[in-house]
Design a protein around this ligand. Structure first.
Ligand code: THU
Length: 530
């Protein structure tokens, strides 16, 4: 359990085609990947080999994809970066974040002016480069702040670094963040400093002040369970630091991938959550098809370097938070489905995990991989449909004969004064650890627990969730015994915690027969049935 790592890379705005409710967002026909995939700058053999084009509705897939894949719909009522990432992390937002196509209302601006002691210029949706060209001089002369928004839920404040020093601008943003809560809880307050002479240039000191997530996400649940939650790029800001154990800032996609490669070389246990924002910020919003295509090609090259660094127990998930089709007249985000590629040594190649209702299935899967309960977070895990932990056991894991010998030895611990039928079990976890059990009877008979369940409950109560095999040995007391098939209740317990490939070793040392759980319990009733 302790060396598991999950890497999630969010290709910001890399949608794969309109969502079923795209019309509600005036985004019918939007398809970000569709807009760039045929451009000459686009060459992504690694993503292709993983199965990006095998995802339903994408088209042009490879014959033997190496990853499992799915098409994810967004359940939240938004197409914003914040809401998209929150949903990936298990938090669905039924209401969109507020937007201000007419500018911010008087009550907000008045309070902002009072608390900052500076007047406001502009106050409408504007392009970030145009706004400093059109209002920059007035700002420099008066010290008034340029406040503008976009189609996103953002309150942006532009100021010249010589007029409002960067630390002061950040304090002003914090003041705005305090004001913009509840009804006016915009996704982000953004500091947009600029410098130089007219027409001015923006500096790299942009800083986002995000809305605090209104509920726990997988990040909180993971960190509360002692797992590391490393963030690369915008992730820290998007979650306002909530549940994030480490922040790593980056200046562009390539730096983000270099940082991710660095993480892959590091020993940690937990999640590394990466956002690559160039796709959205530099190309999607600017309708730059050629640039977007080239950025994908560059990402694909970096991805090729990451794959060999992944360790046996690592999972890699590649996804997106919304679309931003550079091929449509709109320069705003688009309501699209996003890709989900799941890759790792334990992940079965080429499993189509279908069209899924929420990005939160990622969160549910990550939590299940770490054996952490979902709590109030949303989503349905998909790992059990594709993870094959059996057969990928560590080299020092006991072999089948040894496991059966342990099971047989466990019969001597059996407490079976009533039936005089003794059973022993040896349960092997995916990490190669053995949990043993024997049957324990009771004078009133019904509280009797079988050997298999004893082993399972010991393991589960120690935090184990991933199992490879169980050896079972049983028979009449004093007799060597032979084949002891598990009872129906134990099979049902196995169905709860194991995938259908889970192996049962039945028989005795020297004569061990192997069965799959799916063979001994067809038509399983599981949590999925509910
Ligand atoms: N028993 C087990 O421990 N495992 C099985 O798979 C079958 C039955 C135990 C329960 C009870 O103590 C005794 O065997 C007789 O049913």
């Amino acid at each position: 359990m302790m060396d598991r790592r999950v890497f999630i890379i969010v290709l910001d705005s890399m949608g794969i085609g309109q969502a079923p409710d795209a019309a509600l967002f005036s985004d019918e026909g939007s398809d970000t990947l569709g807009a760039i995939r045929d451009h000459e700058n686009f060459y992504c053999p690694v993503l292709k080999s993983m199965g990006l084009f095998n995802i339903e509705g994408v088209g042009g897939g490879t014959a033997a994809p190496t990853a499992s894949f799915a098409r994810l719909r967004e359940k939240s009522m938004g197409k914003d970066t914040t809401i998209g990432h929150w949903e990936i992390a298990g938090l669905v937002s039924p209401e969109p974040l507020p937007t201000y196509p007419e500018g911010f209302p008087d009550e907000v601006i008045r309070e902002f002016e009072e608390k900052t002691g500076r007047k406001v210029l502009c106050n409408k949706p504007y392009s970030g480069t145009d706004v400093i060209r059109d209002y920059g001089k007035q700002h420099v002369e008066t010290g008034d702040l340029i406040v503008y928004t976009s189609a996103d839920s953002v309150f942006q404040i532009a100021a010249h670094e010589d007029v409002v020093p960067v630390p002061e601008l950040y304090r002003i943003c914090e003041t705005a963040r305090e004001i913009l809560k509840g009804k006016h809880g915009v996704g982000r307050v953004i500091a947009r400093p600029f410098t130089g002479e007219w027409p001015y240039v923006r500096t790299a000191n942009r800083h986002d002040f995000s809305l605090y997530p209104p509920a726990n996400t997988m990040l909180d649940l993971l960190s509360a369970s002692g797992f590391e939650t490393l963030s690369v790029g915008k992730i820290y800001d998007i979650f306002a630091g909530k549940g994030v154990s480490e922040m790593n800032r980056i200046r562009n996609n390539h730096e983000g991938m270099l940082k991710t490669l660095e993480m892959a070389d590091r020993d940690f246990c937990g999640l590394c959550f990466v956002n690559l924002v160039d796709f959205d910020m530099l190309y999607g919003h600017r309708n730059d098809v050629a640039g977007y295509a080239k950025a994908m090609t560059e990402f694909d090259r970096d991805l090729e370097m990451l794959l060999p660094k992944l360790r046996d127990d690592d999972l890699l998930i590649i996804t997106a938070d919304h679309g931003c089709d550079p091929g449509t007249p709109s320069t705003d985000h688009s309501r699209e489905c996003v890709p989900m590629l799941l890759y790792g040594k334990h992940v079965k190649a080429g499993i189509d995990l279908g069209i899924r209702d929420t990005y939160a299935d990622i969160s549910a899967s990550v939590l299940s991989y770490f054996g952490v309960s979902q709590g109030n977070t949303a989503g349905t895990e998909f790992l059990s449909d594709t993870l094959s932990l059996a057969g990928k056991l560590p080299e020092n894991a006991p072999d089948d004969e040894t496991l059966m010998r342990i099971a047989k030895e466990m019969r001597s611990r059996s407490y079976a004064p009533y039936s005089r039928f003794t059973v022993g079990a040896a349960l092997l976890t995916a990490e190669g650890k053995v949990y043993t059990g024997c049957n324990i009877e009771n004078a009133t008979y019904t509280p009797t627990v079988c050997a298999e369940r004893t082993a399972f409950f010991k393991a589960v109560s120690e935090g184990e969730r991933h199992f490879a095999k169980i050896a079972i040995a049983g028979g009449r007391e004093g007799e060597d015994g032979d084949f002891c098939a598990p009872c129906g209740v134990c099979r049902q317990v196995m169905a709860e915690f194991c995938d259908p490939d889970f192996i049962l070793l039945l028989g005795k040392p020297g004569d061990v027969k192997e069965y799959r759980l799916s063979e001994v319990l067809p038509f399983m009733f599981t949590g999925e049935s509910l």
